[in-house]
Design a protein around this ligand. Structure first.
Ligand code: ATP
Ligand code: MG
Length: 180
């Protein structure tokens, strides 16, 4: 699965609409301290549905919205879109390209979209389940994540293997049907 591009608008240090295009191979982000490099990986995490403000390095969800500078007013909402190449159909969605969008307003209202259609957070989570890419996937390895995996309880570590083996979906469905 290939990430094609990331579009940011009003997210943390990106008040203007900014598009980052990823090509084949490795992309490295370089820049001075505090210039917004980690904010890019926060944006990927966020658009994939992250709900933990701590792992987004915020104290409240509103902190993801550009907060203004002496020269520039704060904005009213943040929006991030991740464009994914799905020609190999790794995502269970019948389209060669899949775009996921998340919007958050200062009022507290959230929006999630798949290919420009409004969906629920649940749909985003289900889309990425068993792909390793979702909110609880292992493709984003943050600082301290390796230590956490090594130190994890065996049941928690098992979840990582279940996601990699592609069986999280079945456990999820069973739990969903038991809840009804
Ligand atoms: P380092 O090299 O130290 O890891 P970095 O390039 O990863 O730095 P980030 O952590 O991505 O930097 O960016 C930190 C900057 O983002 C800080 O200056 C902080 O003020 C700014 N920032 C974070 N949230 C917002 C926001 N909501 N509005 C405006 N600026 C923000
Ligand atoms: Mg950083």
């Amino acid at each position: 699965m290939l990430l094609k591009s990331l579009e940011l608008q009003g997210f943390k240090t990106f008040p203007d609409r900014t598009t980052l295009t990823f090509h084949n191979g490795i992309t490295a982000v370089v820049g001075p301290n505090g210039s917004g490099k980690s904010n890019i990986s926060d944006a990927v995490r966020w658009v994939l549905g992250e709900q933990s403000v701590r792992s987004l390095r915020c104290t409240k969800m509103e902190d993801v919205i550009f907060g203004g500078t002496p020269a520039r007013k704060a904005l009213g909402f943040a929006e991030v879109t991740l464009n994914i190449d799905n020609t190999g159909r790794q995502l269970p969605f019948d389209s060669d390209s899949v775009s996921v969008t998340r919007r958050y307003y200062r009022s507290g209202e959230s929006e999630y979209l798949i290919n420009k259609t409004n969906v629920r957070l649940k749909d985003i989570n289900e889309l990425f389940m068993d792909t390793g890419l979702g909110r609880d996937g292992y493709s984003m390895i943050g600082q301290g994540k390796i230590d956490a995996i090594v130190a994890a309880r065996s049941e928690d570590r098992r979840e990582i293997f279940e996601e990699a083996a592609g069986i999280s979906r079945f456990r999820y469905r069973r739990e969903e049907s038991e809840r009804r």
